[in-house]
Design a protein around this ligand. Structure first.
Ligand SMILES: *Cc1c(COP(=O)(O)O)cnc(C)c1O
Length: 388
């Protein structure tokens, strides 16, 4: 079977680059190849492209272009936010307490864990309810005078749940504590206006909204103290050294513009597909449970656990049937361990091993949803006979 004939239902893992984006990028690999830091015309041309992209992205985020830092990916944005703010807060005020949710992406969770294990920070986890939501009141209750940073994921990559970022941000602002959100999954679908969200730091990655892999943004509210983690030249307001990736930055700005223009139509279209898929699976398959919030979730995101199912085997079966999905368990081979995110919701480990994530996107069709819905019950049955 050709890859073109397969059904891609893993848009939360990555998205294809929109052809309109590829088209915009091309000239910056060849004719307009200058180093943005060079003084001559080649450099000026590249610098102008980077600064125009910065303005375009700032317009989408309702912020000043000065508040945009270009990075190499969503993970780097998370790293710079967490590490950079933690070290700056400790250096200036002796603050060493980090508060994060237990349902963060590894780019946040493993960074905070390393700061705690090797750099003397105290890491504390916020409570979440069984849908993965962090309550603003819980944040308020856990803040301390020595809290350096709070980080709460905007929209969850594994379970789709959307957190009340504006309200959590208000709690942190009132207490004078730096607030970061990982908005990588929110890029294509949710409000990114930094002023309305009350965030000091916000991470985005282009390949989750139909831009290229290997480029990201960190929004940094003006004057938020940040210790640079990559030192060298004075690029990105001296907060992130390294020659900018001009074509990818141009592509990311174009991708974000398209995503914003199409956000409403795409959301309502995908929400209808998503709800049909969720309804059908919960109805047709016994021992199936939705994970995350039933309604307050990404419009393209459906996620489940199944009793007596081997999640890894399920992904391989689906792949053989021409359908590409994902699960919560991180392991590709060997003995899988259940997802920490699913365990944090109180899902029993045995059930968490039978997880499935189905994420839709710009090229998903009603026919693809039909094929998937019709095939899954039989595939689950087969899985239960072999592994259950
Ligand atoms: C994909 C993802 C990341 C990592 O982004 P990369 O650009 O792949 O490094 C971080 N956080 C969330 C929520 C993601 O979905």
């Amino acid at each position: 079977m050709n890859l073109q004939d397969k059904i891609y239902l893993d848009y939360s893992a990555t998205t294809p680059v929109d052809p309109r984006v590829t088209e915009r990028m091309l000239t910056y690999f060849t004719e307009s190849f200058g180093n943005p830091s060079s003084v001559h015309g080649f450099g000026q041309q590249a610098e102008a492209a980077v600064e125009l992209a910065r303005e375009d992205i700032a317009a989408q985020l309702h912020c000043d272009p000065m508040e945009i830092i270009f990075t190499s990916c969503g993970s780097e944005s998370d790293n710079l936010a967490i590490r950079g703010a933690a070290f700056a807060q400790r250096a200036a005020f002796g603050r060493n307490h980090l508060l994060i949710s237990p349902v963060e992406h590894h780019a946040v969770a493993h960074t905070a864990e390393q700061l705690s294990e090797h750099f003397g920070f105290e890491l504390e986890y916020l409570p979440v309810d069984e849908t993965g939501i962090v309550e603003p009141a819980a944040v308020r209750a856990h803040l301390r005078p020595e809290t350096a940073l709070v980080s709460v994921i905007y929209a969850n990559n594994e379970i789709g749940t959307i957190n009340p970022i504006t309200e959590i941000g208000a709690v942190c602002q009132e207490a004078g504590v730096i607030f970061h959100t990982d908005a990588v999954q929110a890029g294509a679908y949710l409000n990114l206006a930094a002023d309305e969200l009350n965030v000091d730091l916000m991470s985005l990655g282009a390949h989750k909204f139909y831009g290229p892999k290997g480029v990201g943004v960190l929004y940094r509210r003006v004057d938020t103290p940040l210790m640079p983690m990559q030192t060298g030249g004075s690029q990105e307001h001296s907060l992130r050294a390294g020659t900018q990736n001009v074509p990818y930055i141009v592509g990311m700005a174009e991708a974000l513009k398209i995503a914003a223009a199409e956000r409403q139509a795409a959301s309502s279209n995908l929400r209808a597909f998503r709800d049909r898929l969720i309804g059908s699976i919960l109805e047709e398959i016994p021992g199936a449970y939705l994970t995350g919030h039933p309604t307050n979730r990404l419009p393209n995101h459906a996620s489940f656990v199944f009793d007596h199912v081997d999640g890894n085997a399920l992904l391989m079966q689906l792949d053989l049937h021409g359908m590409a999905c994902s699960s919560g368990s991180a392991c590709k081979t060997g003995s899988p361990s259940p997802s920490e995110v699913l365990l944090a919701l109180g899902i029993p480990a045995q059930r968490a091993l039978g997880s499935l994530r189905v994420t839709l996107g710009r090229w998903t069709t009603a026919e693809q949803i039909n094929i998937f819905i019709n095939a899954l019950p039989g595939i689950i049955n087969q899985n239960r006979k072999l592994h259950g």
